[in-house]
Design a binder for this molecule. Structure first.
Ligand code: WT7
Length: 631
């Protein structure tokens, strides 16, 4: 049974129902899943503590709703199509039956190494089917996965392992990305020097490069599964048992472990997937994200597979071997729904329309974007050149914390408007508040985006620190979940996301805390103080601009800038490297010693005409110096 909405009036009807009778609404949707025991209560919640429970008392295993469910009805249907980094290399198709076997076999392999329900397992892998298999195998036995994007540094990996006290790491020898090969296992080895809890590392052979295998700790994937049965009974999970932890950046220095649970996440990802993308059985769906991000979790792995969809996994990058790669893959697999980030669209736009025009993209029905606001120009380019004007563009707004898509058109149903995420999905109740938390009712209003009612896919806590969850999301405005985003509701009631209102920046769709980057910069021994802000960047959406005060003794400015950049790469990863570093002799501060970021942001934007009143600063003279040296 599918809960697909087919018409605009159907959407309006469902939306109204979801608001007026949320329990009946979600109960009907949840009924289409296989539960080992039915819930006692659909939802119990308060945003004070916060405490949020969905499908309370229910028992299930999410993998039975992917594997057993589709094994009997469509075992031979491709579940995962894998396209390798190198276009000519052998690709792979994994049917639902094969997926069932591979997941169970790997689940048994982990069990044999002592992994049991509740244990945390880190997945630090390239975009290969085994990454998805690993996630599902964890879910099969009730282990909690925490996928760490394989571009993060050994320090960042170690921090995450330590925070969740993980017992096992799943990784690969190396990782192909475009023309590069990255020595992933070596990064893991480096990280494990700084951790104490890892008992075993299972290594998937991908690049074949030499790696060190530590006796008693490290084991090859192929050896781990040898002799293991392809049957593994699914652990009985409570609806509110943890499914996974995913680390994400906030406005403070340390990334937090967002916790999602089994029942609600399952219901919400499948429901949102089917409705937003309007997936029809037999379609081929492709999301270009990495499984290291929430988009990969919800819309490469869980959502599509729960819906019995064929999901494409791509190992490479958009511009390798050339800027037509995405379109080659669309043509090769006759992709019907294509989901990517605005930053990728803008990057490809720079190569002109030839790479797009040369390929046959007639299979495309739906185009999606996610991760950051999409500018109108990129929206039109995507719509006209990729979609040939015939594919609805779904601009999907959501967050790691929300688990699934929250505000988005339903493809072909909701009339779209460039750069608008349009309307909330059924079950989602957005409110716009002013700085004091007053709800701004009606249309043509602008303010901070909050949610006033829970939805099944929302986060439950931040791992090991519930206070932090409360303070970050539930303490700013009473009885509301605060998203951190600014938003406008226009005269038609359509939502347009304006970007973060906190100290979080969004670089190529990757979320970063300015404090996190500052902390990394400050690790350089010659750095005295730093301030990081975002600035508009043509391709990345936002770029990272760092102002640093440092001790230049025995170094040229250029050398130091390079060293600082390397330090950031080492501490966080290449994605956090500043685009611009300006050495300054001071930072503009208030009399109480607070950095005036507003001024720094303006200078980084190149807008120095109106810096406001700087006379009350502790050091007003610094502003001219910074302006003069701006990059
Ligand atoms: C932040 C969440 C959710 C998947 C990827 C990012 C921004 C996300 C949109 C969009 C404008 C968007 C928001 C949000 N964002 N989608 N369609 N339009 N902004 O997940 O890393 O948790 O980041 O990304 O600022 O708060 P994330």
């Amino acid at each position: 049974m599918s809960d697909r909405i087919h018409t605009l009036s159907g959407y309006i009807h469902e939306y109204q129902r979801s608001v007026h009778q949320p329990e009946q609404f979600w109960s009907r949707i949840a009924d289409s899943f296989h539960w080992k025991k039915r819930w006692e209560k659909i939802v119990e919640w308060n945003f004070e503590e916060p405490k949020i429970e969905w499908f309370k008392g229910a028992k299930l295993n999410i993998t039975e709703n992917i594997l057993e469910k589709h094994l009997f009805t469509m075992g031979d249907k491709p579940a995962i199509i894998w396209e390798p980094n190198e276009p000519g290399d052998e690709n792979q198709t994994i049917t639902f039956r094969q997926l069932y076997e591979k997941v169970n076999q790997f689940a048994n392999a982990m069990k044999a190494k002592g992994i049991k329900k509740g244990d945390r397992v880190i997945i630090y892998m390239p975009m290969v089917p085994e990454a998805a298999i690993a996630m599902l195998a964890c879910a099969r036995i009730g282990a909690v996965h925490s996928v760490v994007f394989a571009g993060f540094s050994s320090n960042a990996l170690a921090d995450r392992i330590n925070d969740c006290q993980a017992k096992m790491v799943l990784t690969s020898d190396g990782n192909f990305r475009g023309a590069k090969s990255i020595p992933v296992k070596a990064v893991v080895d480096e990280a494990l020097v700084k951790t104490k809890t890892i008992e075993n590392v299972i290594v998937f052979k991908r690049t074949g490069e030499g790696v060190e295998m530590k006796a008693g700790r490290d084991i090859w994937w192929e050896d781990a599964i040898k002799g293991q049965s392809t049957e593994c009974s699914a652990e009985v999970m409570d609806a509110e048992d943890m499914l996974f932890i995913l680390y994400t950046s906030g406005s403070t220095g340390k990334p937090k472990g967002v916790v999602h649970t089994c029942g609600g996440y399952m219901v919400y990802t499948k429901y949102s997937f089917e409705n937003v993308f309007q997936y029809d059985q037999g379609d081929v769906y492709w999301c270009t994200a990495d499984v290291g991000w929430i988009t990969g979790h919800s819309y490469i792995v869980y959502g599509p597979l729960l819906a019995g969809a064929t999901t494409v996994m791509f190992e490479g990058v958009p511009t390798y071997p050339d800027a037509g790669r995405f379109w080659d893959v669309v043509d090769k697999y006759k992709v019907n729904q294509f989901y990517t980030a605005p930053t990728a669209i803008r990057a490809l736009q720079a190569y002109g329309t030839e790479p797009v025009d040369k390929r046959d993209l007639s299979s495309l029905k739906v185009l999606g974007t996610v991760g950051e606001p999409i500018n109108e120009e990129a929206w039109h380019w995507y719509h006209s050149h990729v979609g040939k004007g015939k594919c609805p563009v779904v601009d999907t707004w959501w967050q790691t914390e929300t688990g699934g898509i929250m505000i988005s058109p339903l493809a072909g149903i909701t009339p779209t408007k460039p750069s608008y995420a349009t309307l909330p999905l059924p079950g989602i109740q957005p409110v716009i508040v002013d700085a004091d938390g007053n709800e701004l009712k009606g249309n043509s209003v602008e303010g901070n985006l909050c949610m006033k009612f829970p939805w099944p896919g929302m986060l439950r806590t931040t791992y090991g620190d519930h206070e932090r969850c409360k303070n970050t999301y539930f303490a700013t405005y009473k009885n509301m979940y605060f998203t951190g985003d600014g938003v406008k509701r226009d005269e038609d009631g359509y939502y347009r996301i304006l970007g973060r209102v906190d100290d979080v920046i969004n670089v190529s769709g990757h979320r970063m805390g300015t404090a996190e980057v500052e902390n990394a910069i400050n690790e350089h021994p010659k750095v005295i103080e730093s301030a990081v802000v975002g600035y508009p960047h043509e391709v990345k959406g936002q770029g990272i601009y760092a102002y640093v005060i440092c001790d230049l003794e025995n170094r040229t400015e250029e050398n130091l800038i390079n060293e600082i950049s390397e330090t950031v790469r080492n501490i966080i990863g290449a994605i956090a490297k500043p685009d611009k570093i300006q050495v300054v002799s001071g930072l503009p501060k208030t009399r109480s010693g607070k950095i005036m970021r507003r001024i720094l942001r303006k200078i980084a934007e190149g807008d120095t005409s109106n810096l406001g009143d700087t006379s009350t600063l502790l050091n007003p003279e610094i502003v001219d110096e910074i302006k003069a040296g701006a990059k």
